[in-house]
Design a protein around this ligand. Structure first.
Ligand code: ADQ
Length: 483
């Protein structure tokens, strides 16, 4: 049994250069946590970009960086600023991201960025090939690295490769518009196992394989040359314990231990005990439907004017991809919308929207989750949406209502929430009205079921299910070849 090599665009650690010394700090993101059971001990390696371009790394620190990363079982792929521009901001985020989230009109088909995407995927594949032996198991993550499986397979036909896509796979009618659609499919088919969050994404992928490549697909197995590739869905969970325990600790904290944010939230709750806090948290991304959510809030305040001064929307938008023009335009749109609605509806004692444009430390995230009566998440498309799951996990007394877009992958597992179509303002307004008036017992009934499910299907189970399925596939494939 060889080692496991995980490969993703970014490493699970962040490099910090201070006065000529390097430190690598582990990231707290969901993927890093989820992979803990897979990426631990001496028999695993994580390969990815460090977040610093070649131009940003002083020559004399290159060795120190490698040492700092090695301490975390990580190894870096070096990228120049031009490569980051073409590969990450270009093909990944101006072509694939919008297309796979059904924003066809935002998708740019530029030959140059496609060429850079190919070259950078080759760099990642080469980094694997340099470290891997035939016994190793490779797990490739996400849309930035869709060509890597085939690039590795060509040189190591026997190696076991899994690929997981964290974003939706679009329907055939959307995917077929991509000029390099066959190359992308063939890139993915270098894997032995291809995983998606939901059955729908899996179905869309199989349909594209059948219709664009004419390959034989039997149930969820694809035959290609002498290999069988399995396609399956693995809905990603969260580190349930981390969120529920943080919430318990938070609820028991003394006045002195509370954060400034929590104290402010408490003050507002005391001054208006009947008022409801609505929470909206996302990266600032057009796929998350933030602007539409603000319009829907305006619609709601007009349809149900009795809630003026009785509800407050806490809108947290995390800066993201601000080099891409569409994200700059969205930032401007959201800033203006918030300004207009606050200008129109505010009273001396009430500001309808509290808008934060920043990343927040984990404890503030917990402050917001535990203080909000309603979480309101309305992505127009979302591979999964972990915020919905995190909110439920922090509801220690099981109160709280989740209003969730049916376009989020997580909606499949969260039927007990209030599911809405993010384009239907009537339905959203009514869902807000229902949520505000939902009896406590009903909230607790729904959340009990949700919590049980989320606790069982946590992120560790997700990672283990994927790895076990990949192992099974390897065994099956060998039986198939030797038959
Ligand atoms: P994202 O689009 O980033 O992920 P999401 O699943 O919601 O979306 O994850 C966001 C994460 O960031 C959450 O874990 C949340 O706690 C954290 N976060 C949110 N706001 C924050 C803030 N202000 N400060 C700090 N942290 C914050 C992509 C896909 C999703 C898919 C995931 C995982 O787009 O659909 O669910 O990958 O596969």
């Amino acid at each position: 049994m060889g080692k496991t090599i995980i490969i993703s665009n970014r490493l699970p650690v962040q490099l910090q250069i201070n006065n000529g010394t390097i430190t690598a700090v582990p990231s707290v993101g969901g993927l890093a946590t989820g992979m803990k059971s897979v990426h631990s001990g001496g028999d695993s390696l994580w390969i990815g970009w460090s977040g610093l371009t070649d131009e940003q790394i002083p020559e004399e620190l290159v060795k120190d960086i490698d040492i700092a990363l090695a301490k975390h079982g990580s190894s870096k792929v070096c990228l120049t600023a031009d490569e980051v521009e073409g590969f990450y901001y270009g093909f990944s985020n101006r072509t694939v991201w919008p297309l796979f989230h059904y924003f066809l009109e935002y998708s740019e088909f530029e030959l140059d960025s496609w060429e850079t995407y190919k070259a950078v995927n080759q760099k990642f594949a080469d980094a694997i090939l340099e470290k891997a032996t035939d016994d190793d198991t490779i797990w490739v993550h996400d849309y930035q690295l869709m060509l890597v499986p085939q690039m590795v397979r060509e040189r190591r036909p026997e190696i076991s490769i899994g690929f997981f896509l964290h974003i939706p796979f679009p329907s055939f009618e959307i995917f077929r518009t991509l000029p390099w659609r066959e190359e992308v499919l063939m890139g993915l088919l270098g894997a032995d196992l291809i995983g998606f969050h939901t059955y729908d994404y899996e179905r869309h992928f199989l349909s594209s394989v059948r219709r664009l490549l004419g390959l034989e697909v039997s149930f969820n197995d694809i035959s290609l040359d002498d290999r069988v590739i399995k396609v399956d869905s693995f809905p990603m969970g969260i580190d349930y314990k981390k969120f529920s325990e943080a919430a318990k600790e938070h609820n028991n904290s003394t006045e002195k231990q509370k954060s400034e944010l929590q104290k402010r939230l408490d003050t507002h709750k005391k001054s208006a005990p009947d008022a409801k806090f609505l929470l909206s948290i996302d990266r600032l991304d057009y796929s998350k439907g933030i602007a539409k959510r603000i319009y829907a809030f305006e619609y709601f305040l007009n349809k149900y004017p009795q809630y003026k001064e009785k509800v407050r929307l806490v809108l947290l938008a995390v800066p993201s991809r601000s080099n891409v023009p569409q994200y700059q335009l969205l930032k401007k749109e959201v800033d203006e919308l918030v300004g207009r609605i606050n200008g129109e509806f505010s009273t001396v004692s009430w500001t309808p929207i509290w808008y934060f444009y920043r990343s927040m430390p984990f404890e503030n995230l917990i402050d917001l989750y535990t203080s909000s009566d309603i979480a309101w998440l309305t992505p127009l498309r979302d591979g999964m949406n972990l915020v919905a799951k995190e909110y439920i996990a922090t509801r220690v007394d099981k109160t709280g209502v989740l209003i969730l877009s049916e376009m989020a992958g997580s909606a499949n597992e969260m039927n007990e929430s209030l599911l809405i179509n993010p384009n239907n303002f009537e339905q959203i307004s009514d869902a807000l009205h229902t949520a505000i008036n939902m009896p406590k017992a009903e909230q607790q009934r729904r959340n009990t079921i949700l919590q049980k499910r989320l606790e069982r299907y946590n992120v560790e189970k997700w990672a283990n299910d994927f790895m076990n399925s990949l192992l099974d596939q390897k065994k099956k494939d060998h039986t198939y070849i030797s038959r």
